[in-house]
Ligand binder design. Sequence first.
Ligand SMILES: [Zn+2]
Length: 339
Amino acid sequence: MNEYALLPWNQVHFAKLAKLERSQHLGHAYLIQGQKGLGKESLVKDFSAYLFCQKPDKKNACGDCQPCHLFSAGTHPDFKYIGLEEGASQIKIEQVRDSRNFLANTPLMGKYKILLIHSAEKMNINAANALLKNLEEPASGTLLFLLSHQPGLLLPTIRSRCQQLKITRPNEDVALQWLQKHISEEQAKLCLQLTFGAPLLALNYANEERQQERREIQKSLLELLRSELVINDAAATLSTYQIDDVLEHLMLSLQQILRKLHSDGGSEEFGPGTLELRDIVNILTADAIKPLHKFHTKLLHARSAVQSTANPNVQLLLESLCYQWVKLLRLKKPTALAV
Ligand SMILES: [Zn+2]
């Protein structure tokens, strides 16, 4: 079982899928959509474990039979996961072709072969077209789960061939109750607020490794403002992290800076791992609010570029963002952008 087995707010979706399966009405392809941090993957893994299990009860896999052991070890032969490979910005056709071979064979252990495609919107056009064939002519016993927080970016022909399951944010009490099993009440409240009510993102935000990463990124922003770092070096530092993560950290940091400036240095709390953010806010004045909003727009454009299938040059994108950060805040003459 995965670490977050049966997240309380996803039990209703699990129950729905299990009921469909019991009445033999389960579709062969589902598009599970919903914002990041709600446990879409966890839901599919819980449900897969349940389908593979030899002795499930109504709500769960037993965790004890051979298929359960294989599944929790990540070695169940009838389950395949594809998503972005390390450092890649797209899911490639080779990955989908491999999974087509996987799906073409009959299940080895039970009734189903299950393919989970994480961040399905990251499939490039060739990969998406290769997948279409599976959606059009599914082999019996195959189950496809496409996960996406941006289903609008999927090919319409793919969307229309999947049944849709939408995961929504849990109410705050449910989210806080779950978070407090992992972090303090104070951290839970703050992190949940910063991550727009998505509990897994909130937990991730509080994670020490992520805090460290966030601080490194904020340190680069701070050093750019203090002219202690040139644009190319700052971009090189940022490029050591996944671009999606960098953009997410930048967005959240910017929102916190803006909130603080809008509240005129009021008592708004910063999240954990944000020492550098305090220093940035100390340098900036209320005059920076407008340029910061402009920078936010730049970040949104950068995110769209990364999320499109245009496959932008990440190093150039980061250099451009660092350049904008310095230029918009006009605290120093920007260092020439080497391209
Ligand atoms: Zn079992």
